[in-house]
Design a protein around this ligand. Structure first.
Ligand code: ADP
Ligand code: MG
Length: 253
């Protein structure tokens, strides 16, 4: 299997604090990788660098063999890396459908014509993705009227419609009910058929649900360990890194 993403010696510091110091990290095509780690470990910073929001100080990141460091966010998105941020950021005054339509890649030159007919391929795709994320009946609703969980699903739909080959999903279950969290897990597991995915997550029940491949543990900007969910959950170093952070690593059962 070939790697879709290969990262080496990736470093960034903010005001003297080394937020990220990643020696080596790679994921395969159609892999679902979960990244866990205490608050401030550099998880979101890692995604910020991969999508071009933050520039690394040094290192290399190859996406499908091409370097992405130093590129603009829009160019990285065009190459096929889609980011879902921690806080949902949909257009609240537009309908769910319009939010999805805006995410679609249009045939070249379409914006030059004011009255274009949306081709049926795009229409079908929007409906297919809406069904996948469970928003079929909300298409005409304003995005602002959706529940928190539904907004997160809309954002995932937007990343799917952007044709992301690699999806970066930051804490999708934050603020969700248990039921919404479980549905989000099912959705992410379904998406891995067509996308490579990196998910950052805190909720260990949710991690257990989606960690069908490897889990990577980031601590103070460094990769502490990688392995199956059970391996990392029982790892002494991982348990110690969570002690005193107030975050629950252990499952209660
Ligand atoms: P995590 O997502 O693992 O909780 P972050 O990547 O958000 O951690 O943060 C890692 C460290 O980098 C923290 O100490 C945070 O305060 C710092 N940091 C993150 N982004 C910035 C930024 N844009 N400017 C300054 N410091 C930042
Ligand atoms: Mg974060």
């Amino acid at each position: 299997m070939s790697s879709i993403l290969e990262v080496s010696q990736l470093k960034v510091a903010f005001g003297g604090v080394q937020a990220l110091d990643l020696e080596s990290f790679s994921i395969q095509k159609n892999e679902l990788r979960v990244i866990i780690g205490p608050n401030g470990a550099g998880k979101s910073t890692f995604m910020d660098i991969l999508c071009g929001k933050t520039q690394a100080d040094s290192g290399e990141a190859l996406f499908r063999g091409e370097s992405i460091l130093g590129l603009k966010e829009v160019d990285i998105a065009e190459m096929g890396i889609g980011r879902k941020f921690q806080k949902p950021s949909v257009f609240t005054s537009l309908t769910v459908y319009d939010n999805m339509l805006l995410a679609c890649r249009m045939p070249k030159g379409i914006w030059h014509s004011l009255f274009f007919k949306i081709n049926s391929e795009i229409e079908d795709k929007i409906h297919e993705v809406a069904k996948k994320v469970g928003l079929e009946s909300e298409m005409t609703h304003l995005a602002g009227s959706l529940s928190h969980g539904q907004k997160q699903w809309l954002e995932i739909a937007i990343v799917v419609l952007q044709d992301a080959k690699l999806m970066l999903i930051d804490e999708p279950a934050a603020g969700m009910s248990d039921k919404e969290t479980y549905r989000t897990g099912e959705l992410i597991l379904n998406l891995m058929q067509h996308h490579s995915i990196i998910v950052i997550e805190h909720d260990m029940h949710f991690v257990e649900q989606i960690a069908v491949d490897k889990v990577s543990v980031l601590v103070r900007g460094k990769l502490l360990t990688e392995g199956s969910f059970n391996d990392v959950r029982n790892d002494k170093g991982v348990i110690e890194s969570y002690l005193g952070t107030g975050a629950a690593l252990q499952l209660t059962e």
